[in-house]
Design a protein around this ligand. Structure first.
Ligand code: F6P
Length: 371
């Protein structure tokens, strides 16, 4: 083990994809744990952009992380080194001679940039997209440790990702607030939440926030079933309803609502809530309002739970390097943090199991899932 400690002189950390509360806590834990082992730590600006386009940065795209630089950041949302969900190095968009956008693989060039800067190892903090990139870099010989981040909680092989608890807590608070106004006006309020193709956020805030209907991508919904639930409530004296819609919700026989597709980045979802609100107003005749929580779920201070998980993940990633682990992701397996192969973690998306205890809780409480 001592030999491994001496081998590492310099490490880098990058944060990629959508930001999530807790990123700064990871950065702080990694920096302090590394400095305490006498390693230098650099933050790569904006995912891998700092290494792929250094000329665009005043400091050259790499930021030296010192004790001073990571002071007082544990509780801050966002990421002090920046992030991006554009410019995936594996499908990097460039303008071809014909003026058309083409996607090229710049991963070899990226690996060479790490060598050029004498970076011994990388701690890659990201969701499925960023960790899939990290997995390819690991296969090309880069020493990589992954840290799972996403408000969506859709990464496999870890019980939870940091950022999720903060997103669900805030969404639940919003549902609490919307209840009183919905009840006062006898309205239907449709609340769209993020989560991509998984329903974790919608399910957990919906149950905790007493939603009457929860629509998740895992269960294609029938608008008439949802309308019936609202009218049943009306008949029994509850003249308002709260309908939580995951942005990836799919109507029976329909498809997910996409806002845009651009080269080098994941497709953007949106419009699912609007669709449901329009359908419900037409089917029930009740006044319906739409609230899209969107990026509000990604902002603000991480909850204590997310802070602690993020700090634990960051410190565990440094310990993993010290132990000579490679190509792994740190993961929560309560009460411990364990290591799982990056390859396994990025193999498939973790969606809501329909027989899970949380789903059964919702069903037992009479929440309508649109089926
Ligand atoms: O993956 C995190 C996430 O917030 C998703 O829930 C959402 O679909 C997406 O990112 C939004 O990305 P952008 O920041 O590009 O709008």
């Amino acid at each position: 083990m001592v030999a491994q400690i001496q081998k590492i002189k310099r490490i880098a950390i990058c944060t990629g994809g959508g930001d999530a509360p807790g990123l700064n806590a990871v950065i702080r834990a990694v920096t302090l744990a590394a400095i305490n082992r006498c390693w230098e730590v650099y933050g790569i600006c904006d995912g891998y952009n700092g290494l792929m386009m250094p000329e665009q940065y005043l400091e050259g795209g790499l930021v030296r992380l010192t004790r001073e630089r990571v002071k007082g950041i544990t509780h801050l949302g966002g990421t002090i080194i920046g992030t991006t969900n554009q410019g995936n190095p594996l499908t990097f968009p460039i303008k071809g001679l014909d003026g058309q956008i083409q996607e090229i693989d710049r991963s070899d060039e990226l690996v060479r940039a790490f060598q050029l800067h004498e970076i011994d190892a990388l701690i890659a903090v990201g969701g499925d997209g960023s960790l899939s990139i990290a997995n390819v870099l690991a296969q090309k010989g880069l020493w990589v440790i992954g840290v799972p981040k996403t408000i969506d909680n859709d990464l496999d092989e870890t019980v939870i990702t940091f950022g999720f608890d903060t997103a669900v807590s805030f969404a639940t608070e919003c549902l609490d607030r919307l209840h009183t106004t919905a009840a006062s006006h006898h309205r239907v309020i449709v609340v769209e939440v993020m989560g991509r193709y998984a329903g974790w956020i919608a399910l957990e805030c919906g149950i905790s926030g007493s939603a009457d209907v929860i629509l998740i991508p895992e269960i294609p919904y029938d608008p008439s079933r949802v309308a019936k639930k609202i009218m049943d409530r009306e008949e029994h004296g509850s003249k308002f309803s709260i309908v939580v819609v995951a942005e990836g919700a799919i109507p029976k026989g329909g498809t997910v609502s996409i806002v845009s597709r651009e080269p080098g980045r994941a497709e953007r979802l949106g419009g699912a809530g609007e669709k449901v609100a329009d359908e419900l107003q037409a089917l029930t005749g009740k006044e319906t309002r739409l609230v899209v929580l969107g990026h509000l779920l990604r902002g603000g201070s991480p909850t204590c739970f997310d802070r602690l998980i993020a700090l634990r993940f960051g410190a565990a990633a440094v310990r993993a390097l010290e132990e000579g682990q490679r190509g792994i992701m740190v993961a929560l397996d309560p009460p411990n943090v364990k290591y799982v192969p990056l390859e396994l973690a990025t193999r498939r998306m973790k969606t809501v199991p329909l027989d899970s205890d949380v789903m059964l809780t919702g069903r037992d409480m009479g929440i309508c899932f649109g089926d």
